[in-house]
Design a protein around this ligand. Structure first.
Ligand code: PGA
Ligand code: ZN
Length: 394
């Protein structure tokens, strides 16, 4: 396949910040993609190129200039060949030259073109590409936003309900639970990821509220993203005005796991605190998953290091942390090779692109984080999963 022409433009993400959208043309075929953007970004992520004012004009120039002309000069027989070429063309370990946002947008849109050529749905193409067994991921729905996504009204960034089973059934359950919680909370602000952002004076309050929903809907459990990298202070962590040493924070998690139906804890410590991750993973073994996000940054090398240190047992997979579909698929494969669970995730700054839904289904992920129901960019991902459920039944 030869990509003859690329259009690129800036669109607004769910926070109103500019991000990249591309349209690839190959003969009579065309495919679009746009890329999300994080706020609690770890320092080990691939580089999202932006100007000081947040603008993406330079990235758009990289796409319509160098990337477009290099691709137009070549034929690619597989999406892996195309992604590999883009990674080599950039030439840096973190995609700092052309921008991970440039490379990922082209990588996603070209995967769509390859699927179109093969006449299969996107999730099917991803399933085939990685040799996976496609399956519906559990829904990790963000009900209560905190941390950097809600001006730190609560310390932990995400309090989620995880629901297993058929997407249509899980979606209906959590949507009802979401509305019930809204009625209980009354008039509260909303956070960046489309969940409620109330103020509580105890750490336990959101867990109590979600636990009462779990009682009502037994197919659900609680998951949190502590995003503890954002809570770092003086060799420890600040939570609700208290300073905690890592060992004290570990005790907080152990207490929460003992009292509440907790399914997983993401980023319980800062991005390089391997020994603390390893302690908690061991302490909660069999009880609750410990998930790496900023800690692993969807980076095969960091996942392998985490495995040597036995630091976690689940990995968040965010394609834009690494910057190409090829490497995101490798990250899933490496995660599985250690017997760990991949959980695919959107970012807090999202677009209407639903690639992550096809990706999560295609790789048969343990779960998908796609936010709360108060934002169209989040609902679009759930709607796409519902559509995939119908496609898969055909
Ligand atoms: P981010 O948050 O997209 O702002 O990084 C999501 C997460 O930490 O999982
Ligand atoms: Zn996270």
């Amino acid at each position: 396949m030869r990509i003859d022409r690329i259009e690129a433009r800036a669109i607004s993400d769910s926070r109103g910040r500019p991000t990249v959208e591309v349209i690839l043309h190959a003969g009579t075929l065309r495919a679009m993609a746009s890329v999300p953007s994080g706020k609690s970004t770890g320092s080990h992520e691939a580089v999202e190129l932006r100007a000081a004012d947040g603008g993406v004009m330079k990235v758009l120039g990289n796409i319509t200039g160098e990337i477009a002309s290099e691709l137009a000069a070549r034929d690619f027989s597989t999406p892996d060949a195309l992604d590999g070429f883009l990674v080599d063309l950039d030439g840096t370990p973190d995609k700092a030259r052309l921008g991970a946002n440039a490379i990922l947008a082209v990588s996603i849109a070209s995967q769509r073109l390859f699927a179109e050529v093969d006449g299969v749905p996107l999730w099917k193409a991803i399933e085939k590409r990685g040799g996976f067994a496609a399956a519906p991921p559990q829904l990790y729905v963000n009900l209560i936003n905190g941390g950097a996504h809600a001006n730190f009204r609560l310390p932990f960034q995400e309090h989620m309900l995880v629901c297993k089973g058929k997407t249509s059934e899980a979606f209906a359950i959590v949507r009802t639970a979401f509305a019930k919680l809204g009625a209980r909370l009354g008039d509260v602000p909303m956070g960046d990821e489309g969940g409620y952002a109330p103020v509580f004076d105890t750490l336990e309050k959101p867990f109590e509220l979600l636990a009462s929903l779990v009682d009502e809907y037994p197919r659900t459990r609680i998951a949190i993203d502590a995003a503890a990298n954002e809570l770092r202070a003086n060799a420890g962590y600040d939570l609700l005005g208290k300073h905690l040493k890592p060992t004290q924070l570990a005790q907080v998690y152990e207490g929460l796991a003992a009292h509440f139906p907790l399914h997983s804890i993401e980023d319980p410590f800062s991005e390089d605190a391997s020994a603390d991750f390893a302690y908690l993973t061991d302490a909660l073994r069999g009880e609750c998953l410990v998930v790496g996000d900023d800690f692993t940054a969807t980076n095969p090398l960091r996942i392998e290091r985490a495995a040597r240190e036995q630091a976690i047992n689940a990995v968040l997979i965010k394609p834009n942390q690494i910057g190409s579909v090829k490497e995101a698929i490798e990250a899933v494969c490496i995660t599985r090779s250690y017997g760990w669970e991949p959980i695919c995730s959107h970012r807090s700054g999202e677009t209407m692109d639903t690639f992550i839904a096809d990706f999560a289904y295609g790789v048969g992920a343990h779960g998908i984080k796609a936010g709360g129901f108060a934002q169209k960019e989040r609902i679009a991902k759930y709607e796409r999963l519902l559509e995939i459920e119908r496609e898969a039944a055909e």
